[in-house]
Structures are given as structure tokens and as C-alpha cells.
Write a protein that binds this ligand. Sequence first.
Ligand SMILES: Nc1ncnc2c1ncn2[C@@H]1O[C@H](COP(=O)(O)OP(=O)(O)O)[C@@H](O)[C@H]1O
Ligand SMILES: [Mg+2]
Length: 365
Amino acid sequence: MKNEKNDEIIEQELELQEEQTQEEITQEKETQEETTPEEETTINEEDVEIKNPEKEKVGIIDLPGVGAATAEKLESVGYRDLMSVAVATPAELVDASGMSAAVAKRMIAAARASLDMDFKSGDEVLKIRETVEKISTGSDSFNELVGGGFETGAITECFGEFGSGKTQIGHILAINAQKLDENAVVVYIDTENTFRPERIQQLAEGAGLDPTKVLKNIKVARAYNSDHQMLMAEKVEELVTKQNLPVKVVVVDSLTAHFRAEFIGRGTLAERQQKLNRHMHVLLKLADLHNICVYVTNQVMAKPDMFFGDPTQAIGGHVVAHASTFRIYLRKGKKGSRVAKLIDAPNMPDGECNFYVETGGLKDV
Ligand SMILES: Nc1ncnc2c1ncn2[C@@H]1O[C@H](COP(=O)(O)OP(=O)(O)O)[C@@H](O)[C@H]1O
Ligand SMILES: [Mg+2]
């Protein structure tokens, strides 16, 4: 099976396909560029402002030292709103647009000043925490591991080898979000063509829900490359603010596969990380501003120089690790079970649990 090929073979194949893939990417980029302006004209800016009165009133173009050309340049590499500029470093902006460091610094300062980036008091934060909901995994021990379920307002990452259950968990969250709230909308950004409506039907039946209704509330986007994936993530914002959809879960399965395939070799690593960083910020913002449970899946790569412990590590390095609120390592366990290991969580001890993936959902061992 293709899935069982080891990383090395896949990497080699990717290298061979590189030229071809690059061609496809440029072609697809061109198509995207053609369609984007049309799509943008359909955004009713007034609506957006009413929903979000204190934010996004000014755009990048309104910042000091930014003319139309610079704004366009910045937007073309992903700096589409003030927040992305506010959290950028001067060097990143210089790289992206060729502006001077002094202008970049002034721009960042202005972006920060115009955003609501003030401190909140502890009790205000506690109030916000009270709005957090937990989406059940269907397994008591797994829920216990993560403090009751996958949290809204946070990014949860599962990484692990092929077949470890990452995609299954994405499907299960899509159902259990609707168990929590029957009108909840789930966005599924599918980069590997592994979303299966039939599987959703099975799991919905297992959870005692109407499969047709459940499927209706899942919005699936098949993303063909990393640009496409980033664009789809950005469009979720519109679903919430423009279409008023109660989006509860956003699944990105897989978060890193396209990035890994498109940026091959050491020379492109910095560029890949920068792009991935912007993607993570879009997802973080979705989680934060709209109290959405963002679930991302990630692959592992072999660490051939490691002799003790588990010789695998997640793709995406610090960029993904820092942006994910909860990190879970999944692997195959005894007798067909799966093991989930909590690697990183803000207020839960690290730990492990076992479960089975079954037709109707996750089951405790
Ligand atoms: N309908 C099903 N009933 C029971 N187990 C299933 C079903 N579908 C998938 N699985 C289990 O899930 C595994 C695939 O997990 P998956 O989430 O696709 O892995 P990953 O996304 O980590 O590569 C299969 O090997 C199988 O064990
Ligand atoms: Mg998968």
C-alpha cells in the first residue's frame, strides 16, 4: 500500500516529481489569481465591519509608508490583515517587500497600535475560559487525558505515523461537535483526499445521530496545494462573520503534507517555515476569536541518529509545536489498539491512554 512506503522512498519520489509538481503549482497559482479578485468582490465589507466593529477597520494599505504596490506585494505573500503585520518581525517584512527596516518597524508599530492588543485581567481570562467547550473523542480515557475532550478556542495537534488514527479522530470530532450542538458546523480541510462521507455516516449512526443531517453540517474543502490550503483556512473567517455559520470545529488533515512535498531541500526550509507560520496564525486566530476547536494532523519523520526512545519527530518544527495548544502523539499499540500520548498541554499533566478505533467510534480498552 502507498501509505506504507517509508519516508525515504516518498522523499525520493517527491524529488523526481519536483519539476512537474512545481509546474502544476504555478499553474494552479495562476488559476487562483484569476479567480481571487472575483471572489473578493462578493465580500460585503459593510457586513464584516458590523460584525467586528473594533477590528479590521483599517487595512494594510492604511499603515504609514504603505502604498498600493507595497500592500499588494505584502498581500501576495500572505500579509492580508493587520494582525499578520503586527506579529511579524521587521526582517520578515523587509524580505517580503524590499522596504527599509525603518519603514517596516514603523508599520509594525502602527499595526500594533490599531489592534486591540491590550492586557486582560486574570478574571477576564477566566470568564473567556468559561466559554470553552470540550468536544468528546468518544473514549472516556482519551477525554480524561485531554481534560474532558478537545477544547474550543485552541489548536489540538495529533501527530503519528500512517494508520495511527489521525484521520479517524478528525471524522469523530466532526460528529461529536454535532452531538454537543445539533446545529454546529464543521469545516474539514482535506489535503490527502481521505475525508469519507461513508465513514461519517457510520460514525453518526454509532453516535445515534441522523447521518444525513450530520453530513449537511460538514463543509468539506479539498485543498490541492499549500496555497489552496491557506486560502481555505482564511475563508473560514467569512463563514463565521459573513454567513453567520456557527462553526465549532475546523479540521486540517493533513496540516503539513503539502508543505512537506512542495518545499524540498534545505534551501527552501526557511521559506516553508515562514509560510507555515502564517498558516498557523490564521488557525490560531480562528480558534481565538470565534471559539473554534481547531484540529490539525501532522506526520512524523524518522530520526535515524536516535538510538533510545521513540525515533520519530513531528514535521513542522517549532512553528507547529508552539502554535498547537495541545500536542498528542498517536501510535499503534497492542492487539490493534491505539496509544495516545499527551506531549504538551497548558494545564494537564503529560500522560498516555489506550483505545480502539471501531466502526461506531472510539472505544476504551
Ligand atoms: N470503519 C472502520 N471500522 C473500524 N476501524 C476503522 C474503520 N475505518 C478505519 N479504521 C481504522 O483506522 C485506521 C486508519 O486510521 P487513519 O485515521 O486513517 O490513520 P492516519 O490518518 O493516522 O494515517 C485503519 O487502519 C483502521 O484500523
Ligand atoms: Mg490520515
